[in-house]
Structures are given as structure tokens and as C-alpha cells.
Design a protein around this ligand. Structure first.
Ligand code: PLP
Length: 386
């Protein structure tokens, strides 16, 4: 089975991890700072704070920006659960925003309709690595005094108007799960331009202990103070060593992802039963975390699930990204229902993500293409061909 995504681990990654295992620090040592500096510099941000997962990054970002009970956070329903769940962690309410017609990113017209006096923030997702229209997000945020937290779990290396995603809003979060662009096994980060927020994020990931006091600790003093409630969201030195080693290859990984998607776009452009993902122009760069296609299930005479089962049975590990968050039973119990986000609900019925990861060989890519082409109605019913 060709999976939809997987990590690329080379000898240099293994060596970096082994060296750290043999060093004085397994956690909270020099590799944390080094990885943070490398990441900040890669995305063009002033500060990066690494944490134990992308989900922890969202929790930390929402908390440190002061979001809490009584507040509403606009989140696209077409995202991974964590974008919304983290709102609940801080006691805020996620308000689900629909997708653009025939698109995967959030519809800002729908976002505007759902703003209330309680709306305090918006968390756009650069879905699959496609940058959202940040100028429009920021205009909306300015008009309604909203904080902007970009969920860039899909978008390491993506560019908006010639600038890397990571320094353009109040905070931007990344994930280093193995299917993402670079991995630390589990891991995440928040980037920001604001030194005070960065400091609060460091405090949040370490039990809420005032890090200024903690630094004095290095000067042979025991004193510490927990001035806020925090968590243990630290990322280990072992993981940061892996992250550092991976980040050196981020551009190469991204180039390979783009190459594969170019091959897909060309091979599929003539297939009338597929709608292909948007390709970027105007100084925007897609980071191609996923290659999501939309099926014309009527033309195909097959449902999305039919196609899913069929491709899987042929060794193509397709996946569905995502079931709209608001349709999950937990969120139904909180009052969400079908019809809240009609575009995303329709989109969901027709989507599949094809395998895409840097270590895919040309041969694997050709196998995927060949299987997808064989979905053609004519090809699937050879008895009926003219
Ligand atoms: C992967 C992902 C996350 C969560 O990241 P973890 O590191 O798995 O916790 C959040 N948002 C989106 C859109 C993601 O794809």
C-alpha cells in the first residue's frame, strides 16, 4: 500500500538523534533553542516556541492571546479537529466557518456573517498548504478587533505575497507530526513577532513558571514562581535534534512535493470527473502537504466511498481530509448540526487525498496516476465501450 503520507528519515537524522541520546541533555537542553532559532529563521519570524504537538501549539496560542470563557473563535469546519478542540481547552467556543464554493479554505463572507460581539479571534487554516487570502483575513480582523492565529500545520514553506507563512499574524502554529513537512515524531511550534507573547508561550509550556525566574536558576538560585497556570508541553532535545536535521531538508522535501503535484496536475488535467486543487499564482506558494481531489461522483457513477474502497484495494492509500468538524458527534451534542456549513458538507462527500510525500518514487506516482485514470466510466465498464 502506498500511504497518503509518510516521513523521510535518513542516516543524518538517525545520527542527530543518537548524538543527543549520548549528550548531557535529553530534554530542555541546547537543541531546543537551536531548533527554535532555525525554525524562526526558516519562516522569517522573530520568535519560535516549540511545544509537544501542533495541538499543544494551538492551545498555547489561544491561551496566551487571552481567549477564554465567553469568547468565540472562528475556525474553518474543513480542518483537523484540533483547530476547534483547542478553543474548548481554553473554555472558548469554536464557531464553524464554511468553505469557499468548490474550495477547501474558509469563506470569509461566511465568517463575517457569523461574527457576534463575543467573537475575539479567527484561526484560518492554509488547507493542504494553500495560503488563505491573508489580506482579507487581516482586514476582517481589523474591522472587528480579532486576534489572528494561523493554523499552518499544512503550510511550512508556503508563501503569501512572496513572504513565508509564519510572521504575518499575531501567531502562527506548525505541526511536526510524521505526515507533515518535517517531523519530530510528535511536536509543534508557535511563531510570533512579539517578544512578550513568546515569553508567555515559554511559560505556558513549562507549568506557568515564570521563565525569568527560571533563568536566574542557572545562576545557582533555587527561586521560581508559577505566576499563571501552565502545562507540561515541552519538546525534548531528542526531538529537537531530529527537527533540526529535518529542517535542513525542508526545501528539498518541498521541491519534491511540488514536482509530484505537477506530475499529477498534468496527468489528470484531461479527466472530466476530477476537480484538481488550485495552483498558486501572484507570489503565493503552495506547500503541498496534501493533494486533495474532488470527484464528480455523478459522472463517475461511483460514490466517494466506492472510489476509496476501490483505490485502497488496488494499493493506493487514499485518505479523506476531512470530515467537517461540526459533523462529529461531540460537536452535535454542543449544538452543531448538518446545514451549518453546506459547502463544506457537500465538499466532504466528494473529496479524497492522493498519496503525496517526498520519498515517493516516480514509479509510485505513475501507479497512482494509472489507478486514478482507470476510474474513468468507460474504462470501468469495458463491456460498454464503443
Ligand atoms: C496536524 C494538524 C494539527 C495538529 O497537529 P498535531 O501535531 O497532530 O497535534 C492541527 N491542525 C491541522 C490543520 C493539522 O493538520
Amino acid at each position: 500500500m502506498i500511504p497518503y503520507g509518510r516521513q523521510s528519515i535518513d542516516q543524518d537524522d538517525i545520527q542527530a538523534v543518537t548524538e543527543t541520546l549520548q549528550s548531557a541533555y535529553l530534554t530542555t537542553g541546547p537543541k531546543v533553542k537551536e531548533f527554535e532559532q532555525a525554525l524562526a529563521s526558516y519562516v522569517g519570524a522573530q520568535h519560535a516556541v516549540v511545544v509537544s504537538s501542533g495541538t499543544a501549539a494551538l492551545h498555547a496560542a489561544y491561551a496566551v492571546l487571552g481567549l477564554g470563557p465567553g469568547d468565540e473563535i472562528l475556525v474553518p469546519t474543513m480542518s483537523f479537529l484540533a483547530t476547534a478542540n483547542a478553543a474548548l481547552y481554553v473554555g472558548a467556543k469554536p464557531v464553524f466557518v464554511d468553505s469557499l464554493p468548490n474550495g477547501f479554505v474558509l469563506d470569509l463572507k461566511d465568517a463575517r456573517r457569523k461574527i457576534t460581539p463575543r467573537t475575539k479571534a479567527i484561526a484560518p487554516v492554509h488547507f493542504a498548504g494553500e495560503p488563505v487570502d491573508l489580506d482579507a483575513v487581516h482586514a476582517l480582523a481589523k474591522e472587528f478587533h480579532l486576534k489572528v492565529i494561523e493554523d499552518a500545520a499544512h503550510a511550512l514553506g508556503a508563501e503569501y505575497h512572496h513572504k513565508r507563512i509564519g510572521s504575518l499574524s499575531d501567531m502562527t502554529i506548525f505541526s511536526f507530526h510524521p505526515v507533515k513537512h518535517v517531523t519530530t515524531a510528535e511536536g509543534g511550534a508557535i511563531t510570533t513577532q512579539d517578544a512578550v507573547l513568546a515569553r508567555r508561550l515559554q511559560q505556558f509550556r513549562h507549568h506557568g513558571i515564570d521563565v525569568g525566574v527560571n533563568e536566574r536558576d542557572a545562576k545557582q538560585q533555587w527561586r521560581y514562581d508559577m505566576s499563571d497556570l501552565g502545562y507540561n508541553y515541552r519538546l525534548s532535545d531528542i526531538q529537537c535534534a531530529l527537527g533540526l536535521s529535518q529542517l535542513k531538508k525542508a526545501d528539498r522535501f518541498l521541491a519534491r512535493r511540488s514536482e509530484i503535484t505537477n506530475t499529477y496536475q498534468k496527468a489528470f488535467s484531461s479527466l472530466s470527473y476530477l476537480r484538481l486543487p488550485n495552483v498558486m499564482t501572484d507570489g503565493n506558494r503552495h506547500a503541498w502537504h496534501l493533494y486533495p481531489i474532488q470527484l464528480d461522483t455523478k459522472a463517475l457513477g461511483l460514490s466517494r466511498d466506492d472510489v476509496f474502497v476501490r483505490l485502497r484495494s488496488r494499493g493506493i492509500g487514499v485518505q479523506v481530509h476531512y470530515r467537517p468538524i461540526h459533523l462529529n458527534s461531540y460537536y452535535s451534542r454542543l449544538g452543531s448540526k448538518k446545514g451549518d456549513c453546506p459547502q463544506a458538507e457537500t465538499l466532504f462527500e466528494n473529496i479524497l487525498s492522493l498519496p503525496l510525500f517526498p520519498a515517493m518514487t516516480d514509479e509510485m506516482v505513475q501507479r497512482v496516476i494509472s489507478e486514478v485514470k482507470q476510474l474513468a466510466p468507460m474504462a470501468s465498464t469495458p463491456g460498454k465501450t464503443a
